[in-house]
Design a protein around this ligand. Structure first.
Ligand code: ZN
Length: 282
């Protein structure tokens, strides 16, 4: 079985709240759907059954969105992560409500919201996560969004919080989305840091040296070990469909590395299932 550790569920109202420019909204428009929550649920469950996905972890794209909350609570196979900007003064208040609504993780869009995750203003959110044992997923690196700020998108911003909150598990999405070197460096003697594999990982095109996704997996396994990597597809919008091509591509890479790096079945299970189960306490 598989746990998809990073996906999105987007409805018309969530789309409206996205901090992307009008052109991007137009481009995405054809992909989003006015489907009912039940229809969303049905489509997801169908896809998850087809691809042996036991559970999917969904990253909210807007805060305290009723449709997102309703959707998450329709099935035990859906896990929700609340969108929080920890620099905002009412962040903990929002997070408390999200937790009551059933959210079991926190998603921070560091680049997208231009949020400095190392600022002391963010610490109350980390304290809350430590108390409630909530993992924090952070999108650093490249992203769409007209407010996005790559300076705040540097994972090194996380250096102090990682050490000051050893009981909080932090997950860097998409291998750092361009800040791969920084993401690897952060892992130095740091047990509470993970990466997720989700998305197309087209950030590799923007590196100054040629890097294939296989290279990225290989180096990540060397540094993070199979216990520090969480599989995800970043599937976002129906009716576009489940991103099975990402599942197949990444599973294929792991199969090749099985021989090349002498990975065990357990190593692969860790990445595809066990780590998400442990970190999200599923
Ligand atoms: Zn995502």
């Amino acid at each position: 079985m598989i746990i998809d550790g990073h996906a999105h569920m987007i409805t018309a109202s969530i789309m409206k709240a996205l901090s992307v420019d009008e052109n991007t909204k137009k481009r995405l428009q054809h992909e989003w759907t006015d489907n009912s929550i039940d229809k969303h649920k049905e489509t997801w469950i169908e896809a998850m059954d087809k691809w042996n996905i036991e559970k999917t972890v969904f990253m909210a794209n807007s805060s305290l969105n009723k449709e997102f909350t309703d959707f998450i609570n329709t099935s035990e196979r859906f896990i929700g992560c609340a969108k929080v900007n920890p620099e905002e003064s009412d962040a903990v208040l929002h997070l408390e409500k999200e937790y009551e609504n059933g959210m079991r993780g926190v998603k921070i869009y560091a680049t997208g919201d231009g949020c400095d995750v190392g600022a002391k203003e963010c610490y109350p959110v980390y304290e809350f996560c430590a108390r409630k044992k909530l993992p924090i997923i952070i999108h650093f690196g490249v992203t769409i969004g007209h407010k996005s700020n790559l300076f705040e998108g540097n994972p090194l911003r996380l250096s102090s919080p990682l050490k000051e909150f050893p009981d909080v598990n932090f997950i860097i999405a998409h291998f750092g989305a361009g800040f791969f070197r920084e993401t690897l460096m952060l892992k130095y003697k740091q047990d509470n840091l993970y990466v997720d594999t989700s998305g197309t990982n087209n950030w590799t095109d923007y590196q100054d040296s040629f890097l294939t996704l296989k290279d990225v997996f290989k180096k990540s396994i060397e540094i993070f070990s199979s216990e520090g990597i969480i599989f995800g597809t970043d599937t976002r919008i129906f009716p576009h469909g489940y991103r099975e091509h990402i599942l197949k591509q990444q599973r294929g890479i792991l199969d090749e590395l099985k021989t090349e790096m002498n990975l065990s079945e357990l190593d692969i299970e860790n990445i595809m299932y066990n780590n998400a189960k442990r970190v999200f306490r599923l």
